[in-house]
Each structure stands twice: as C-alpha cells, then as structure tokens.
Design a protein around this ligand. Structure first.
Ligand code: FMN
Length: 182
C-alpha cells in the first residue's frame, strides 16, 4: 500500500504533524510526505503547456509527486485552516495538479492515475468553519483520481485543546487509517 500525504502546516511540532504522526504509525506499506512549506515546488504559472501536452513544463520536485501519484493507493491532505482555507503554500502546490484537469478537459486523455482513496485532515484554532477548506481539498483529491473520499476529520479548537488531545480527532485519524486499508 502506498500513501501520499500533503502537509500544509509550517510548524514542525504543531497540531497537524501530531495527528499525522498518529496516522502514519498506523499505516502499513510506504508513504511519502510533501511538506508544502519546505519542498521545492513552484506554483503553476499558467504557461498553457498542459493544455496540449501531458505532464508539466516546470522541472522541480513536483515531477516526483506526479510519478508517485501514478500508482499510489491513497492521498491524504492535511492542513491548518488559515482564513477558512487551506494554507497558501499548500494551495500553491495544489495548483500544479492543473495538468490533470487539462488532461480531462482540453486534451481529452485519461490521467493514467490509479483510482485512489482520499481523506482530509484539518486543524483550526476554532474560528469560523472548516467547510471551505474541506471543499477545496476535495476538489484537489478529485483531480488526483480519488474515487472514494472519507468524511472530514477536523480538530477545530486548537487554541484551547492541542489536536492530539482531541479524542474525536484522534479517533477520526484512526478511522482514516482503517479506511485506507479497507
Ligand atoms: C495566518 C493564520 C490564519 C488562521 N486562520 C484561522 C481560521 O480561519 N480559522 C481557525 O479556526 N483557525 C485559524 N488559524 C489558527 C490555526 O489554524 C491553528 O493554530 C492550527 O492549530 C495551527 O496548526 P499547526 O500547528 O498544524 O500549524 C489561523 C492561524 C494563522 C497563523
């Protein structure tokens, strides 16, 4: 089993990573983590390359992500909520998935991506709602050919309770691990 994880948090010991560690301990097989704040992945420049050709003209670490996406079984998007959205660098990485949209819409090609399961893990201080971030994450998952998507797992009170002490979120993360293996 192969799982690709996008981490949208800048904090090395923050809420997102604490729940991610809890999850990865329960994941059989291999996994790859894309650190949105630390990877060498540029945003999409709308150069229009992928309107007519498969892949992406930008040669950076995203090329490894495209390769991994071909045959991985699961994708997890994990992020803090910033202004009710996924964090900026995670959206920037996500913009590079535009090639899959162009494949479907303009090039009329199959993506070549194995069908996958997807899940979204969000954390937030407790302001507003995480719905918008979840909708965005689901749109990204669909671009990566996730056919089944787990219900949102969210710890949305981290200003008061660290995510790893949020029993509901911890159980949710364990449920994602089970879903990926089922
Ligand atoms: C720029 C910024 C914007 C934020 N916006 C929201 C928000 O809209 N809603 C919310 O509940 N929390 C918001 N937060 C709080 C973070 O989501 C929260 O502290 C989260 O637990 C941090 O996760 P991390 O430790 O994994 O980075 C914001 C924090 C920052 C720094």
């Amino acid at each position: 089993m192969k799982t690709l994880i996008f981490n949208g948090s800048p904090r090395k010991n923050g809420d997102t990573i604490s729940l991610l560690k809890h999850l990865t301990k329960r994941l059989p097989g291999e996994y790859k983590i894309v650190e949105a704040y630390r990877c060498n992945i540029s945003p999409c420049l709308d150069c229009r390359f992928c309107k007519t050709q498969s892949g992406c003209a930008i040669q950076d670490e995203m090329q490894e992500v495209y390769e991994y996406l071909k045959d991985c079984d699961n994708v997890l998007i994990a992020s803090p909520v910033y202004f009710s959205e996924l964090t900026g660098p995670l959206l920037s990485v996500g913009s590079r998935l535009q090639t899959y949209f162009c494949g479907r819409f303009f090039r009329k090609e199959e993506s070549g991506l194995k069908p996958k399961k997807g899940a979204v893990l969000l954390v937030g201080g407790g302001d507003g709602k995480p719905d918008k971030a979840y909708e965005t994450a689901k749109a990204l998952l669909k671009n990566m050919n996730c056919k089944e998507i787990h219900s949102l797992v969210c710890s949305h009170n981290t200003d008061r309770v660290p995510a790893i002490e949020d029993a509901h979120a911890v159980v949710g993360v364990e449920d994602i691990a089970g879903f990926f293996q089922s």
